[in-house]
Design a binder for this molecule. Sequence first.
Ligand code: NDP
Length: 367
Amino acid sequence: MSTRRIFLQKAGLSTLALSLPFANSLSAMNTDKEDKVLRVAIMGLGSYGTRVAEAMKDCKRAKLVGVVSGTPSKVETWKQKYGIPDKNCYNYETFDQIKDNPDIDVVYMTTPNSLHKPHCLSIAAAGKHVISEKPMALNAAEGREMVASCKKAGVHLLVGYRMHFEAKTLEVVRQQRAGEFGKTLFFQGLSGFIIGDPTQWRLDPALAGGGAMMDIGVYSINGARYMLGEEPTWITAQEVKTDPVKFKEGVDETITFQMGFPSGAVASCLSTYSLNNLDKFYLNGTKGFAEMQPSTGYGPIKAWTNKGPIEAEHITHQTTQMDEMAAIILDGKKPLIPVDGEEGLKDLVIVDAIYAAAKSGEKIKLG
Ligand code: NDP
């Protein structure tokens, strides 16, 4: 690397360190920033935590170094499998001691939704950065608390929005922002799968905070916002329940919802736990269209426009996500589509409005 480039990077970094609330963590970082690795502890060693851990094996800038778990047998397995030292292993009662551990930078919460807020507050109080899985919290009020606590502690709060780093998604977004589809006036988002085991936490409102909307519908909400590049000003929604035993009070099975945007664009979306093969985004403008199917699954994502297919190499989403999150936390990099707590909060405001609209039948105004 040229001396000039190194100089510019260092100069850019010191300017950034002065202007961001994360100055403390940035100022302490190694100035050879491309060598610095984000040291991650995963909290909740379940299905998604395992996927993230496996994906991180291929990361250049992020490394799994610790765990927080309520299951000692899993901790033993993970210690062996990922070479995690005893001193970096915690349970839910002891993890506030992480504040005294200089070898962990960030805790990635891959736990049930209702645990995100209380654990985020504890992690922030321990002075560590937080990555939360989606949905960031159960509602906007909790989301605001999380954003405020991380800001107060001077730590980053990021949300595991892996699609924000996916190459075909980014190309569609680039073309939309460049006006290649003309004025984009319509988005369709279809998000669903048939949920299995009726005893799982996803169907327990106390742990999930809702049903399909919290789990999979959030992809259509988030997708509408990044595909159109606007924030909605009104919401309408309708709920349908075909199985009130499996989908008890407080657990939505199927919700259709519509969002209106300042430009006049509208989004029409479906969130369900009762249909498979439902993973599609469609964006239409006055000059062209983009279609993605699958649009948010683990990939490979397929995308095409009126000009033909979009080609890009498939990289495991969570590998790219964690390398990019390392750059955000360690270098102050700004992603094209944000993944911070404010971004997570915007989706939660919409989730609240969708539930309110479905319950009341009213059009809910936002903003
Ligand atoms: P799992 O049930 O597979 O794992 C959750 C883990 O959390 C458990 O294994 C357990 O780990 C821990 N846990 C702590 N308390 C509880 C509790 N009361 N009940 C159940 N588990 C508990 O869930 P997932 O991994 O599928 O989902 C976790 C989070 O990740 C959710 O917020 C979900 O929305 C999100 N997710 C995101 C995806 C994405 O693509 N971005 C995909 C899938 C999920 P331990 O025993 O170690 O304590």
